[in-house]
Every structure is written in structure tokens, then in C-alpha cells.
Design a protein. Structure first.
Ligand code: ACO
Length: 323
């Protein structure tokens, strides 16, 4: 069977680490509140002038090097982001230029925190339909640029970063026959726009705007929908929770991550958790967790992974893959 197999993974985090304590001096919050309500202890913020495509290009180079490939080997770049450098062109084309790729095509995918899952599903479709053999899938964000630092209910939650994977078409044989993306499940429901949005944009205010969120409502939807989409994707692959080696969830909040794992009856020992160090990096959080999870020695070749994410839209989904 033709499958999209992961050949390499990498990530990049901006140098500046912002501990929870830094917020205590600016707004009415505490390290204790942030830690117990979200699991977040620190996050990275990009330096002035450091853009989403800069972060994405660093992660892309790391993933290419892990795959033993160069930019010339790629047919396409898909970037999941909600914080592109400019309104246009796509930040994916900027990553393409920065890694020195002169052929193929590049485009952005916008599904907020579910962006990487949507991008993976799109890359998989390009590969299965024969439109591309090797696709670089990047998640990169600079959410620090759209935060309202006066709003304690949102500004403490998010961080900047990037992660990337290289997918390659393969018709595996023997022990590797089963590797690659096995199933995907994507969903959106635009009626929930007001729960999580940015209050600016090109065709409304002409400004970039700031992130607005009804956190407890998003929380409620997340806990219900994430386990549901993960089960649907597993079902499509003919598998169940019992087969899962690692849940690699979108990293928004430790309480959402553990509630989802518990609904799936997967113990926390089989969940990759990075939220304490990265905060919510939106579309970058899953590829960051894949890369860190591999570097930690958690994710190994042959492991069955389930990724799941939900974000603004609402949009949510899951990808089941064998690493
Ligand atoms: N420090 C101290 N107190 C705070 C802070 C803070 N940083 N933020 C909020 N509070 C207060 C609130 O004002 C409220 O006080 P009140 O009761 O006097 O009004 C109290 O804490 C409780 O607020 P809730 O919002 O009910 O707290 P909750 O337990 O729901 O936690 C949180 C809030 C962490 C935001 C949670 O709802 C959450 O994680 N939601 C999901 C958010 C999420 O993951 N969003 C990302 C989706 S992905 C994407 O697309 C970007």
C-alpha cells in the first residue's frame, strides 16, 4: 500500500524563555495559578524582527537533516500557521526561499491550533493522489504578536515556536509495511466563531488584532471533541485506544490533555507532554511535541501515534500514524 511515511522531524524554539513569574509584575496573576490551571511553567517568545517563517525555516532545516535530505529533494512545503509574516505571500513560500528550494510548490493552511493536523491530512492527500512524493509539513507561530498583554485570561497561555516533519511516499514491505499515515479525521463548525478569534484582520479592521477567547467554553468543547475525533480516526484505521503507543496532543492545557487521555483510557505514561515548557504554540505544538518526544527517546520507529487538536473555528481533528 502507498503511504506517507515520516522520514525526519525537527523543531526550533526562540532563545528567549519567559517564566510565569515574568507576568506577576505586569498583571494580576501568579505562577501558582498558571501552573495549577494550565500546567504551563514557561514559554518562548521570538525576538524583535524574528518572524514565523524564520522559526519555520530553522525547524525545516532540522527536519531535513534528520531525514538525510536537502531542499532539492522536496516537492512541496505546507505551513500551518495563523501568524504569517505578511498578509501575502504565504509564509510557506518564505520558508521555501529560506531553505533554498527552487522547485515545487508551497502554501499555508489556516486552522489555528488544529492547523498541523489539517496540514498533515493535506500532505497525505497530495502524496496518496500522486501530486507529490516528498512534502515538508511545518507548524510555526509567533502568537506573542497577537496577545493582549493586559488580558490575564489569555496572555499567559501562549508561546512561539516551530516544528516540522518530512513525509515521503513509500510502499513499504516486510516490517515497514505498516508505517506511515493510517487515517485522518477533520472537522469544523463555524457557528462557534465567537469562542476563539482575533479581533482584527485585512477585510474588517485593517489591523492584526488581538486574540480573544472564552476559555471555559473552549475547554468544554475540547474535552468532548478531542477524544471523539481520535476515536473516529482510530476506527477508520481499524484500530482502538489499546493499540496506541503515544498520544501526541495539541499542547494547550494539561487538564485538557489528561481529560482526553482519560476518556480514551490511555494512561498519562503514554502521552507526550511539552506544555510545561512551550505553552500553547498553536499549530506548532504537535510537531514540537513529535520532535521533543523523539529526542527524549519516547517515540520510536514502529510506534502507533495519535495526534489530536482543536482550535479557533472551531476546527478539530486527528491523524493516526505509525512512526
Ligand atoms: N491569573 C489569575 N487569575 C486568572 C487568570 C490568570 N492568568 N486568568 C483568569 N483568571 C481568573 C478569572 O478571571 C476567573 O476569575 P473570576 O472567577 O473572579 O471571574 C477565574 O480565574 C476562573 O476563570 P475561568 O476562565 O473559569 O478558569 P478556568 O479554570 O476555565 O481556566 C483557562 C481558564 C486556563 C483559560 C481554561 O479555560 C482553558 O485552558 N481553556 C482552554 C483554552 C484553550 O486551550 N484555548 C486554546 C485552544 S487552541 C487555539 O485555537 C488558539
Amino acid at each position: 500500500t502507498l503511504r506517507a511515511v515520516v522520514r525526519g522531524v525537527g523543531h526550533y524554539l526562540p532563545a528567549r524563555v519567559v517564566p510565569n513569574s515574568e507576568f506577576e509584575t505586569r498583571i494580576d496573576t501568579s505562577d501558582e495559578w498558571i501552573k495549577t490551571r494550565t500546567g504551563i511553567e514557561r514559554r518562548h517568545f521570538a525576538a524583535e524582527g524574528e518572524t514565523t517563517s524564520d522559526l519555520g525555516a530553522h525547524a525545516a532545516r532540522a527536519a531535513l537533516s534528520d531525514a538525510g535530505m536537502t531542499a532539492d529533494d522536496l516537492d512541496a512545503v505546507i505551513l500551518a500557521t495563523s501568524t504569517a509574516d505578511l498578509t501575502f505571500p504565504s509564509a510557506a513560500t518564505m520558508i521555501q526561499q529560506k531553505i533554498g528550494m527552487k522547485k515545487g510548490f508551497a502554501f499555508d493552511v489556516q486552522a489555528v491550533c488544529a492547523g498541523f493536523v489539517f496540514a498533515l491530512a493535506n500532505a497525505n492527500a497530495l502524496i496518496l493522489s500522486g501530486q507529490a512524493r516528498r512534502v515538508l509539513v511545518v507548524g510555526a507561530e509567533t502568537f506573542s504578536r497577537i496577545l493582549d498583554f493586559e488580558d490575564r485570561s489569555t496572555c499567559v497561555l501562549f508561546g512561539d515556536g516551530a516544528g516540522a516533519v518530512v513525509l515521503e511516499a513509500a510502499t513499504g514491505t516486510g516490517t515497514s509495511a505498516d508505517r506511515g499515515i493510517l487515517a485522518t479525521d477533520l472537522n469544523s463548525d463555524g457557528t462557534h466563531r465567537e469562542l476563539l478569534y482575533v479581533d482584527g484582520g485585512v477585510s474588517t479592521t485593517g489591523t492584526a488584532g488581538h486574540l480573544r477567547m472564552q476559555g471555559n467554553q473552549v475547554f468544554r468543547h475540547a474535552v468532548e471533541k478531542l477524544a471523539q475525533t481520535a476515536h473516529t480516526a482510530l476506527d477508520k484505521a481499524g484500530l482502538s485506544s489499546a493499540d496506541v503507543d503515544w498520544i501526541v496532543p495539541h499542547q494547550a492545557n494539561l487538564r485538557i490533555i489528561s481529560a482526553t487521555a482519560s476518556r480514551m483510557q490511555v494512561p498519562m505514561e503514554r502521552v507526550v507532554v511539552t506544555v510545561q515548557d512551550h505553552g500553547n504554540t498553536s499549530a506548532a505544538s504537535i510537531p514540537l511535541a513529535l520532535s521533543v518526544g523523539k529526542a527524549r527517546g519516547q517515540i520510536k520507529e514502529g510506534d502507533l501515534l495519535v495526534t489530536e487538536a482543536i482550535g479557533g473555528g472551531l476546527s478539530w481533528g486527528s491523524v493516526v500514524l505509525r512512526w
